[in-house]
Design a protein around this ligand. Structure first.
Ligand code: ATP
Length: 249
């Protein structure tokens, strides 16, 4: 349903994405793994279209020149030049790295903000679902987002993205900085969301291990290029992947 071919992104002369081709089919969870600076956020910004806004802002401010090439298709439409707001309406929703919540607003207010694209009925139903999938948020409904723990904030960030009625949910490093227990909780919730709502998910992480068990297919990025890809089983059986990404040989 979402398919990128030969994506290249340059920040001035610095190549941040090098000929990336990725696919995410209906109801799949696709992993994108890579070290710091491998290009994960650049890829997420490019898929969600936010890169177009960044490019425009930079051009207007006389800042760096950003160049994007390649093709991007969603549900058989060419979306390479489609604005991020229209991509969101079409169902591509980004949950950005470091969560970016409205810290002075409550949990429920943050969630409702995410529902601006939904009908009233959809928003109510999804809000109930978010509370079901993240029961810890139930008692925190009125708490200001800035006072939540990192894990709780991530739950709100994912919940807010769900409120926008995604067909494809882009999760950029959702586990960053969280405890192993919280990571496991979020991974379990991510799988439940995919299974129960049937959406597709592309999730990026620096460390593959915690999310690996729930991905159907994954790409490994190095210096902006996809150096390896395969189904979970294919990658699990690959000795190079094991030693580089799981610390076992
Ligand atoms: P992290 O885990 O640190 O978030 P990442 O895999 O998400 O890393 P990106 O943020 O996509 O990586 O960065 C890819 C490369 O592009 C890095 O070398 C980074 O320094 C560079 N880069 C990112 N944004 C810009 C920018 N606005 N201008 C110039 N270079 C940039």
């Amino acid at each position: 349903m979402l398919e990128a071919n030969d994506l290249m992104v340059f920040y001035e002369n610095m190549l941040a994405l090098n000929n990336i081709s990725i696919q995410c089919h209906d109801r799949q969870i696709v992993g994108v793994f890579g070290a710091n600076s491998a290009g994960k956020s650049t890829l997420m910004y490019t898929l969600s279209g936010i890169m177009l806004d960044i490019r425009k802002k930079e051009a207007m401010a006389g800042g760096e020149r950003i160049t994007l090439t390649g093709s991007l298709r969603f549900e058989d439409r060419d979306i390479m030049e489609m604005k991020p707001s229209l991509r969101a309406r079409a169902g591509i929703i980004l949950c950005p790295e470091r969560r970016r919540l409205f810290k002075e607003s409550s949990v429920v207010e943050n969630l409702r903000i995410g529902g601006y694209l939904a009908t009233k009925a959809q928003a109510k139903k999804t809000l109930d679902y978010v509370m079901e999938v993240f029961p810890a948020l139930q008692d925190l409904r009125g708490r200001l987002a800035g006072f939540l723990s990192g894990g709780e904030q991530q739950m709100v960030a994912i919940g807010r993205a769900l409120m926008a009625q995604p067909k494809v949910l882009l999760l950029d490093e959702p586990l960053l900085g969280l405890s192993p227990f919280m990571q496991a909780t979020l991974v379990k919730a991510t799988r439940a969301i995919q299974q129960e709502s049937g959406i597709s998910i592309i999730v990026s992480e620096q460390y593959a291990r915690p999310v690996f068990p729930i991905v159907d297919y994954a790409y490994i990025l190095e210096n902006g290029a996809a150096v390896m890809e395969g189904t979970r089983e294919e990658l699990m059986d690959n000795p190079d992947v094991k030693s580089a990404y799981f610390g076992v040989s």
